[in-house]
Write a protein that binds this ligand. Structure first.
Ligand SMILES: [Zn+2]
Length: 451
């Protein structure tokens, strides 16, 4: 008989059940067995004294890049899974822009097989069009049958209006969203960073806010026309937030996500590069930090504030990481050649908590946006996740709200060391991650565990 796990005295946060109080939780046979005050269990149990720690449902990430197959030098299912649990995530959804692209039932099955035995639930997102070329729809029903939870040509917008219309018609029959990277490709050329004064000053091509906002509006129009479900990936501008708010008021079937970096950094990160020490500085004497190059680009303070407000009031449904690991050589190069993306599974909690510490976002809404809110968008995956309810999967995250630490990318277990936060002081850290009742990541003092 496998041992049961009893976690005592944590401040339990479960937005779905409106819980924020000190409680105990008992886990047995991969499920939450009991939750309540002073649970008295003595037999066949491992007990953890979690006084002073926060206990939340295991975090869920609707958008990450595991790079396998095809780009194993950037990340693998194994290394990405290790990064996920270190960041407190117990469920992650893998984007299909691998090589080959995850665009049929066989490639969905490949990912599911790869994920077997990993310490985290990996849910596949299938490509909406064949080879993500935006020309011909994939066999969505077959992919959902095998386990796809959403469809996306991530990295590429589905630019053809009629194709997007058809994608929405098919996907809504299947009960899954089309996740669109909103960008009008014809509105700029070779864009590197936000179109604005920094791009001008550095002589770089910009990506205008309008490129995103026009596509957001197009998608809202098509969701209205078809009744289909569009999920807007990594929203980055104030105008997008306003359009989504209006669309939701009209009852249009639209959901949206925001990344931790778009919530906490502005385009200034390109200029200062927060930390330009060591090898990075030696290799890159230019006055910019390629680690902050991401698509959509980091925008302005006004955008950041609108995104936080949108997340707070539910206009934006969830925080998703868009964890995009790259090899060092793909970032230690001139801006025009650098890859887009930030490796952030291991820093997301602290980034999100910075908004809580600065009183810009409630702790309850922050937790909700990485637990029950993303769970509600994963209708196709019949997993009982995202809340601390008896019978639900025993996935949980214990974290220290106030622990100070400094980001050191050399300590990342992700293969991607590409973070503009390297050297930054953070507050809040994962202490223990439990997946299906098993401790899969632990940074807890051994004195607090009794067997
Ligand atoms: Zn992405």
């Amino acid at each position: 008989m496998t041992k049961r796990l009893l976690i005592k005295g944590a401040r339990v946060l479960c937005p779905a059940n409106r819980i924020d109080s000190t409680m105990d939780i008992l886990l047995e046979s991969e499920k939450i067995k009991d939750i309540g005050l002073n649970l008295n269990v003595t037999e066949n149990v491992m007990t953890i004294d979690a006084s002073g720690l926060m206990l939340a449902p295991g975090f869920i990430d609707l958008h990450c890049h595991l790079r396998e197959p095809g780009f194993e030098h950037k990340e693998t299912v194994k290394s990405g899974s290790a990064a996920a649990i270190k960041g407190g995530f117990t469920t992650i959804c893998a984007m299909p822009n691998t090589d080959p692209v995850t665009d049929d039932a066989t490639s969905i099955q490949f990912l599911i097989d790869k994920a077997k035995g990993q310490p985290v639930r990996v849910l596949p997102i299938g490509s909406a069009t064949k080879n993500s070329e935006g020309k011909e729809l994939t066999e969505m029903a077959e992919m959902v049958e095998v386990g796809a939870v959403a469809f996306s040509d991530d990295g590429h917008p589905i630019a053809n209006d009629m194709l997007m219309r058809h994608a929405l018609e098919y996907s809504s029959a299947l009960g899954v969203p089309i996740i669109d990277h909103c960008e009008v490709p014809s509105l700029f050329t070779n864009g590197q960073i936000n179109e604005g004064w920094i791009a001008s000053r550095l002589g770089l091509q910009g990506i205008p806010s309008a490129a995103e906002e026009q596509m957001v509006d197009r998608n809202i129009g098509l969701a209205k026309l078809t009744g289909g479900w569009v999920h807007l990936a990594h929203v980055s501008t104030k105008g997008s937030v306003e359009s989504i708010r209006n669309a939701k008021e009209l009852g249009i079937n639209i959901t949206a996500e925001v990344t931790p970096h778009h919530l906490t950094l502005t385009e200034d990160a390109i200029l200062h590069g927060i930390n330009q020490e060591g090898a990075y500085k030696a290799l890159n004497e230019n006055a910019y930090n390629t680690m902050a190059k991401v698509n959509p680009p980091l925008r302005t303070q006004a955008d950041v504030e609108a995104l936080i407000e949108g997340l707070s009031d539910g206009t934006i449904d969830i925080i998703a990481t868009d964890h995009a690991p790259h090899a060092s050589i793909e970032k230690l190069c001139p801006m025009q050649e650098a890859a887009f993306g930030i490796s952030n599974l291991e820093t997301t909690l602290a980034s999100a908590l910075s908004l809580v510490h600065n009183k810009k976002l409630s702790l309850n809404r922050m937790i909700e946006s990485v637990t029950s809110s993303p769970a509600a968008l994963l209708k196709a995956s019949n997993n009982k996740i995202g809340q601390l309810t008896k019978g639900f999967s025993a996935d949980l995250t214990l974290f220290d709200l106030d622990a100070d630490w400094i980001v050191d990318v050399d300590q990342f277990v992700s293969k991607g060391k590409n973070s503009p936060l390297n050297g930054e002081k953070m507050k809040g850290k994962v202490v223990l991650t439990v997946y299906k009742g098993q401790i899969v990541y632990s940074n807890i003092s051994k004195d607090l565990v009794s067997k």
